[in-house]
Write a protein that binds this ligand. Sequence first.
Ligand SMILES: *Cc1c(COP(=O)(O)O)cnc(C)c1O
Length: 421
Amino acid sequence: MPDFRYQDGEFYCEAVPLRRIAEAVGTPCYIYSHATVVRQFRSFDSAFNEVPHLVAYAIKANSNLALLRLLANEGAGADIVSGGELYRALQAGIAPQRIVFAGVGKSDDEVRYALRSNILMFNVESSDELRAVDRVAGEMHTKARVALRINPDIDPKTHPYISTGLKKSKFGISAERALDEYKLATTLPHIEIVGVHKHIGSQLTQVSPYVDALKRILNLVEQLAGIGVHLRYLNVGGGLGITYQDETPPQPLDLAQAISPLVKDLKCMLIFEPGRSIVGNAGVLLTRVLYHKANPEKVFVIVDAAMNDLIRPSLYGAYHEIKPVHEVRDKLKRQVLADVVGPVCESGDFLAKDRMMPLVDPGELLAVMSAGAYGFSMASNYNSRPRVAEVLVVGSEFHVIRAREEYADLVRGEMIPAFLK
Ligand SMILES: *Cc1c(COP(=O)(O)O)cnc(C)c1O
């Protein structure tokens, strides 16, 4: 994470010491580097210069409006999975012609909203959905552009919760059923078949599953051409991994080198849906140490951030590096085996488990690294904890891009019925 580094014993994001942000905004808070987001987007986009393509940023990774606007300004499209994400994308100024809509369970309302907004296409995941989209489009006297999401049955070799391209997964249409579903689609009057979609999982650290899945899809594209169905878009999904600990994921250029030769003769526009690889290493969660507590086995470092702010460690056993904001230069400083835990009333509430780390004093700040993706976007109000502030750093300036929630926000929309009054 080159935009986060120590300088004179202090941890910085770009040219701003994190301590300054803590003083101004309080803790916990998410801090994002503008430079990292821009660099990651551009490196992805330019890697595929040789082929016509659209980079549709996967909004669910981090859906803050300011980040979406910044990506819109860079020319990004959006991969959305709900009406709410469509709303965010449009609010941020992402062009509807650059928006693709995935997900196994789109409601009629969401389909209507997307048709009204004239998005580029739906990634349809079942024949039930195909019929539903056809019906809603018919009611609106329009046609829906559609790609079918195919499940290529490839093991992405990642965490089971973020594997999506295996036979047993709820996602997509099985490769065996694909041709029949396309045939069905050709008979539906309000469906316009424009493409094919795949997305096999997240945090992929090898190129080979990507390539294997693509080959299966290309097979299908050929079969479809044989029955007169010519596709204009080939959506290869997202999933490129990042370095959390010691992973060495492929870079966009590695992916481009593997993929471009396979698709260059195809008369298709490629669509990519990267999420994590754009924003994951652009953000940290800043938290303050509240207390220490030792039992005979280990030390607990109790901090003010918790699983409701960053759920990845609890949900996936994910590893996030944790760095003291005040650099520990004394190599002799006592290293302890610690769990870094939050205040939430769950034993599963931890940010790090069995971590060897210098014992940082109460009142000191810690940066939980690689928290830009699936951090704030998965945050909840569990334990009635207001969701934290988000801050965007640009050079030597920083901007609050989401205010810390207040207690009143916690009960907004709740009502006590008259009979209880
Ligand atoms: C989640 C998701 C993505 C993004 O995955 P990353 O691993 O964050 O790149 C892309 N496409 C679809 C359909 C998704 O569900």
